[in-house]
Design a protein around this ligand. Structure first.
Ligand code: GLN
Length: 485
């Protein structure tokens, strides 16, 4: 087996018994990136020099027995995380040359464990999109079929893990941006509960929805990486001070007594037949594993997409006001006065989708419209959250599709924003409710594109989610398939 086919847990064992060194592992991945990235375009920056230096430091730590779960393991991160001394672009022209002055908390945490940061990953500009086509650094291609999108906005993160360009990746999920690309690329992706992982140093899109999470090749690796990044951070007042359990210890394979709910509102017209079949098959597998499956209702589901696109754009219009050409990044150089400089810098620096979102959000927040749009959306959000809390009185986890269709073709939805927005129909509600959810491989379409299964869990119960996902993975082979290209 080649080095880059090993999982996090498998590499850990080989580093610990000195069968492999961190430098060897890092070099194997750097060669793999050089060979495959021209086709996939998952990386905006490959950190060759710093990665080798970090791997050497990891080998020194290993030599004196200073071992943490991530020591020496090459991890790639979405280009939305501040990484001291490295470029952080958020896939935008406006931050094209921006060098972070400090590390995001999640970056500090994996650096403390002496993980190797191998590169910064492509994404939709400012995490706005579902296809990774909204990037100033070009689209990412799905490793399973290079003519298809990898999903978004963490498209580079999912494609990189599927293409074996890093053993694991970190992404962010505001409305599905970890789960939907994980589903389209046949990898595991988790959005933890809002507040579980620090957002300090993560470029803000919609602050009440954004959450950081792992993208990995299997559920055990997801548990390992979540363990490293989860927990309270005094630098992020929305991170919650609640104990972080030992996630690996929860992977017992035991589903006895587990109650799974199928929300009827998720199995509707527009759901692709192959996706429906794969999810039904997964449901049958859970029954065989001893779980009890019942129907539940989340009655306000139909309002989720509209509600999200008001709240997310309103928060984005406010968050993105800071890119004025003065404090960060690109500045227009032949402006006539200050206002002109703001306008020219923003006109040149932002892409079309980001401008559309700023306009939508500014409109929703304008006086005279605020009550009708933004305030109404906040009220609807409360109802959606209550739907989930009610359902969790009856069941431990919800089982749904991740996306209504497998990965669509590059260009297919680019000129139809509404169709693009609808691809998040099953992922957005968990963000609005603030709860945790995971995507894992559960099949392939007739034309060999991956299909993912979503499990949605109770707030701060990532443990049950991981246990439930792991049991399915043990009973199936989907996660063992890999793209060959
Ligand atoms: N596709 C959704 C959007 O464009 C979600 C993006 C995300 O989760 N960052 O807003």
């Amino acid at each position: 087996m080649t080095i880059y086919d090993l999982t996090l847990a498998e590499l850990r064992a080989r580093l610990d018994n000195r069968e492999l060194s961190a430098v060897e592992v890092t070099n194997a991945y750097l060669s793999r990136i050089a060979a495959t990235n021209p086709a996939v375009n998952a990386f905006i920056t490959v950190c060759s020099d710093t990665a080798i230096a970090e791997a050497q430091a990891a080998d020194q730590a290993l030599a004196i027995g200073e071992v943490t779960p991530l020591t020496g393991l090459p991890i790639a991160v979405k280009d939305i995380f501040n990484t001291a001394g490295l470029r952080t672009t958020c896939a935008s022209r406006i931050l094209g040359n921006y060098i972070s002055p400090y590390d995001a908390t999640v970056i500090s945490r994996i650096k403390e464990q002496k993980a190797v940061i191998i590169g910064k990953l492509n994404m939709d500009e400012f995490a706005m999109g579902s296809s990774n086509e909204n990037s100033a650094f070009g689209a990412v291609h799905n490793p399973w079929n290079l003519k298809h999108v990898p999903g978004g906005s963490s498209g580079g993160s999912a494609a990189c893990v599927a293409a074996r360009q890093a053993v694991a990746a970190l992404g962010t999920d505001t409305g599905g941006s970890i789960r939907q690309p994980a589903s389209h690329c046949s990898v595991v992706g988790m959005k933890p509960t809002y507040g579980r992982v620090s957002r300090y140093g993560v470029v803000a899109y919609a602050s009440s929805l954004d959450q950081v999470g792992p993208i990995t090749r299997n559920v055990r690796d997801c548990a390992l990486l979540l363990q490293a990044i989860a927990g309270h951070d005094p630098a992020d007042s929305t991170s919650v001070n609640t104990p972080v359990p030992d996630y690996q210890a929860g992977l017992t394979g035991d589903l006895k007594g587990l109650r799974i709910g199928l929300p009827q509102e998720y199995f509707i017209e527009g759901l692709d037949n192959d996706v429906r079949k794969a999810v039904e098959q997964a449901t049958a597998t859970y029954r065989d594993l001893g779980a009890e499956v019942v129907e539940v209702s989340l009655p306000h589901t139909a309002y989720a997409v509209a509600c999200y696109y008001l709240i997310a754009t309103a928060e984005a219009s406010s968050n993105l006001a800071r890119y004025d050409g003065v404090r960060y990044g690109l500045r227009a150089d032949n402006a006539e006065n200050l206002i002109d400089m703001y306008m020219q810098s923003r006109a040149a620096g932002f892409g079309a989708e980001v401008k559309r979102r700023i306009m939508l959000g500014t409109y929703a927040l304008s006086s005279g419209y605020y009550d009708a749009y933004y305030l109404k959306a906040q009220k609807v959000r409360t109802l959606i959250r209550q739907d989930f809390l009610d359902a969790f009185e009856k069941v431990d986890t919800l089982l749904t599709p991740v996306a209504p269709t497998p990965a669509f073709a590059l260009g297919e939805k680019l000129n139809d924003p509404l169709q693009m927005y609808l691809s998040d129909i099953y992922t957005i509600p968990a963000n609005l409710a603030g709860t945790c959810a995971i995507s894992l491989p559960c099949g392939f379409s007739a034309n060999n594109l991956p299909i993912g299964l979503q499990l949605i869990g109770k707030p701060f119960d990532e443990m049950t989610l991981l246990r439930t996902a792991h049991a399915f993975e043990q009973a199936t082979e989907w996660h063992k398939r890999k793209p060959d290209f």
